[in-house]
Design a binder for this molecule. Structure first.
Ligand SMILES: [Mg+2]
Length: 124
């Protein structure tokens, strides 16, 4: 099977690096990084990742707006997007699904097996 590309979009440097490390240990994934929604769109329009893990609160272009733009594009209308929500923000989850995200996981991520299951489910 061809290697799947996962794009991690997260403005926090530490969280981004941890996700890179964790995802690489989950399977044979090509993990790419972006620091905000604008960078994510630039990457995704050219490289077409198989899945995006998208932080919601980011500078320049946030995850809600970036996901809405992805959903309006021909290439991105069915692209799996998992939102990274803030645990304290209850409405984040609802807003993530309204923006078109397929699923979400709350930060800080305590149990990476849950993320692994969500990633594998959306990549099959
Ligand atoms: Mg953030």
């Amino acid at each position: 099977m061809a290697t799947k590309t996962i794009l991690v979009v997260e403005d926090n440097d530490d969280t981004r690096e941890i996700l890179l490390y964790r995802l690489k240990n989950m399977g044979d994934y090509d993990v790419q990084l972006a620091a905000n929604g604008k960078e994510a769109l630039e990457f995704a329009t050219k490289k077409r990742p198989d899945l995006i893990i998208m932080d919601l609160k980011m500078p320049v272009l946030d995850g809600w707006e970036a996901t809405k733009i992805i959903r309006q594009s021909e290439w991105g209308k069915d692209l799996p997007v998992i939102a990274l929500t803030a645990q304290a923000m209850e409405r984040d989850e609802e807003k993530a699904l309204n923006a078109g995200c397929n699923d979400y996981i709350a930060k800080p991520i305590m149990d990476y097996t849950i993320l692994k299951k969500k990633v594998e489910k959306l990549l099959t």
